[in-house]
Design a protein around this ligand. Structure first.
Ligand code: PLP
Length: 412
């Protein structure tokens, strides 16, 4: 069905398209926005949201066209799984749809409490705290751990939510080169006067598909008396014998002090979490402002995430098969001469360079029935635009064979 129309008319109009009913002149005080958008357009960086119809799956219907879907974070295929929908409906019927308040007031429902227990058990830690999003979990937790008297060492390829959390904290920030231990040591050597030190990293990097050297980071953090904070957003459910992420996979739990993850990617639901020592979590209930001052996410969403954690335990086959196929796929692209950087997981970037080259490649792939989104600055550095193939357990060998062949034709 890939490439076939999934409805008659297309639904999305880029908001800035001339003649769109959504376009009206800006009031004078906002007129500067036109200049900014013109500049983005000239640089090949203007974006418009696509409209999806139906569920996430191995295929997806975007703007009226069905494509093989390599553009979701639904790594294990749970986002459209009816078992999550049923768990969500049951909890919504019992507890209502909206949480109705922030967690400290009355928003923390039985479904949230059960989810926090399930996360703590999956990660084999004492406690967890659930946030409305992974983005909020990162920003709030970093800002709760360090302040102006402190120092953060941050990998240059960390996710935007980590970058924003670092800025929000007002700590001094040292950026170290991607996964470069010497660079991290050099950055930390400038921080001995700081009150506290925090090393922060994604475990599986969302744009590069690379993996942080966790054992070495634990060693460096210990030697520099630093807290080690990891973001497992793309690894939870996919890595680790029980699906607990790369910390579990690399047996580094003793050296990692703060573990953030999302419920929105392999777990197919929504929300974020922080997990670790019970006293750390207790502190965050007093200091993590995006948790304190934001309405808890809907109980049905929490129940769906809890169900997904159960499925991660019951269906280990999904992660082993996904990882096996991802390794094979990456090997084939390298053999075909494609530049996929140092990708080593289910996220496979095909590096295109200029934004226009990435967009053109994504368009050629779409014409052949594949959704493989172009990723441009600010999501990646200038000159590093790419198309990113995010693999899901829902893809079979034939799907990957077809994409590898199309990339070999169009991607060099
Ligand atoms: C590495 C990383 N951390 C955090 C987040 C934010 O998670 P969420 O989408 O649950 O807000 C993302 C989202 O893309 C991510 O890639």
């Amino acid at each position: 069905m890939a490439g076939m129309p999934c409805r008659i008319e297309s639904t999305s109009v880029p908001p800035s398209e001339p003649g769109s009913p959504a376009t009206s002149p800006l009031p004078e005080c906002l007129a500067w926005i036109e200049g900014e958008i013109d500049a983005l357009r000239a640089a090949g960086l203007e974006r418009g949201a696509r409209v999806r119809e139906g569920r996430q799956g191995g295929e997806v219907c975007l703007d009226g066209r069905t494509l093989l879907n390599f553009g979701s974070n639904d790594y294990l295929g749970y986002a459209g799984d009816v078992r999550l929908t049923k768990a969500a409906s049951k909890a919504s019927c019992a507890e209502g749809f909206g949480a109705g308040a922030s967690p400290l007031v009355s928003g923390h429902s039985a479904a949230h409490a059960a989810l926090e227990r399930a996360i703590a058990s999956l990660l084999a830690v004492e406690a967890a705290l659930v946030f409305p999003s992974g983005f909020a979990a990162n920003t709030a937790t970093i800002a709760a751990l360090v302040g102006p008297a402190d120092f953060i060492a941050s990998d240059e390829r960390n996710h935007a939510s980590i970058i924003d959390g670092c800025r929000l904290s007002r700590a001094r920030i040292g950026i170290y080169r991607h996964r470069d231990l010497g660079s991290l040591e050099a950055v930390l050597s400038m921080a001995h006067e700081a009150r506290r030190r925090l090393v922060v990293t994604d475990t599986l990097f969302s744009m590069d598909g690379t993996i942080a050297p966790l054992a070495a980071l634990c060693d460096i953090a210990r030697r520099h008396d630093a807290m080690l904070f990891v973001d497992e957003a793309h690894a939870t459910g996919v890595f680790g014998r029980r699906g607990g992420g790369l910390v579990e996979e690399t047996n580094t739990a003793d050296g990692v002090h703060v573990r953030v993850g999302t419920l929105s990617k392999a777990l197919g639901a929504a929300g974020g979490f922080v997990a670790g020592n019970a006293r750390l979590i207790h502190w965050l209930r007093h200091a993590a402002r995006a948790w304190i001052f934001s309405t808890a996410h809907p109980p049905g969403v929490a129940a769906a995430a809890t169900r997904a954690i159960g499925l991660v335990g019951e269906e280990p086959r999904r992660r082993t098969e996904l990882r096996g196929r991802a390794a094979e796929f990456a090997g084939r692209l390298r053999t075909a001469g494609l530049d996929i950087g140092a990708a080593e997981a289910q996220i496979v970037p095909i590096i295109a360079g200029a934004p226009s080259a990435a967009v053109a490649l994504a368009e050629r792939l779409a014409a052949e029935g594949f959704f493989v989104p172009a990723i441009r600055p600010p999501s990646v550095p200038r000159g590093g635009s790419l198309v990113r193939a995010s693999l899901s357990w829902l893809h079979d060998d034939k799907d990957l064979d077809r994409l590898a062949a199309a990339l070999a034709t169009h991607g060099r």
